[in-house]
Design a binder for this molecule. Structure first.
Ligand SMILES: Nc1ncnc2c1ncn2[C@@H]1O[C@H](COP(=O)(O)OP(=O)(O)OP(=O)(O)O)[C@@H](O)[C@H]1O
Length: 266
């Protein structure tokens, strides 16, 4: 069944420039779609438009149905109900999602309490379980810490735990590993892959890097200048890209992979 149905989505800047142009795609329940394209191709704005989070002054038109709710032009109240419950997001920079002044445990407890109604000791235990699920050691210490007291990789795991706490049907991951070291990146991708598989969640995974997208998704949509260039199964796109722009992305992903192969000890 279709979980996310985007039809003719258009996003315009306040000066009238078209930043996302008549974009259409769907994500079925449990399906994983990658949005790929170079910097500035409109990937992030697409995900923000899905959640009704576009920056002030930008406008969206067309249709976005998320679990049956129209989010284009929706009032804030309807959007608040959708966020977290139907779709949750992990951004490139975890500090955007985390409150610097609130202990991390409390930040995970809020969405958990909302969904489960747990309180006190039971809620604290649920927070610890949520931290363990994202493979964070010493959940007690992390719970009591503030965002600046843990590493970037650990922060991204906490942000993932927060996103998963609501058990959303769709996880939107916008360059979730781009700010991390290469070794931490691979662990994070593996973690996302395992956790969404276990929960049978759908994923909309945004990256400029085809090699990264292909580790987590089944299908990709290639974007350029706010438009869809082509879409299809990851292995078809990698083996036989139809468009010149996609061929360039595939070639640079191959160069990256072979550079990594050369560097890794054999
Ligand atoms: N707040 C904003 N005001 C005006 N233009 C913006 C704003 N945010 C993004 N843009 C423009 O919209 C276009 C698409 O941006 P978007 O962030 O969606 O690209 P992207 O594909 O996600 O790239 P990146 O990987 O660099 O984030 C770009 O041309 C960008 O300059």
């Amino acid at each position: 069944m279709t979980l996310l149905d985007v039809r003719g989505l258009t996003v315009r800047a306040s000066d009238g420039r078209t930043l996302v142009d008549d974009l259409s795609f769907t994500v079925a329940g449990g399906e994983r779609l990658g949005l790929i394209g170079e910097s500035g191709s409109g990937k992030s704005l697409t995900t923000l438009a899905v959640l009704g989070l576009l920056p002030d002054g930008m406008t969206s038109a067309g249709s976005v149905e998320l679990a049956g709710t129209q989010t284009v032009g929706a009032p804030e109240k309807r959007l608040t109900a959708v966020r977290g419950r139907d779709a949750a997001v992990v951004f490139q920079e975890p500090l955007t999602a985390l409150d610097p002044l609130m202990r991390l445990g409390r930040q995970i407890a809020e969405p958990l309490a909302r969904r489960t109604g747990l309180k006190g000791k039971q809620l604290r235990e649920a927070v610890h379980r949520a931290l363990e699920q994202v493979r964070l050691p010493e959940p007690g210490r992390i719970s009591r810490a503030f965002a600046h007291e843990i590493s970037g990789g650990q922060r991204q795991r906490v942000a993932l735990a927060m996103a998963l706490a609501c058990e959303p049907k769709l996880l939107i991951a916008d360059e979730p590993t781009t700010a991390l070291d290469v070794s931490v990146q691979a662990e994070m991708l593996e973690l996302i892959d395992t956790l969404v598989r276990e929960r049978e969640m759908a994923v909309l995974f945004v990256s400029h890097d085809l090699a990264v997208v292909s580790r987590v998704t089944d299908r990709v949509l290639v974007m350029k200048d706010g438009r869809a260039v082509e879409q299809g199964a990851v292995h078809d796109i990698v083996r036989a890209p139809r468009e010149e722009y996609t061929r360039t992305l595939v070639a640079s992903a191959r160069r990256l992979e072979s550079a990594l192969d050369l560097r890794s000890p054999r």
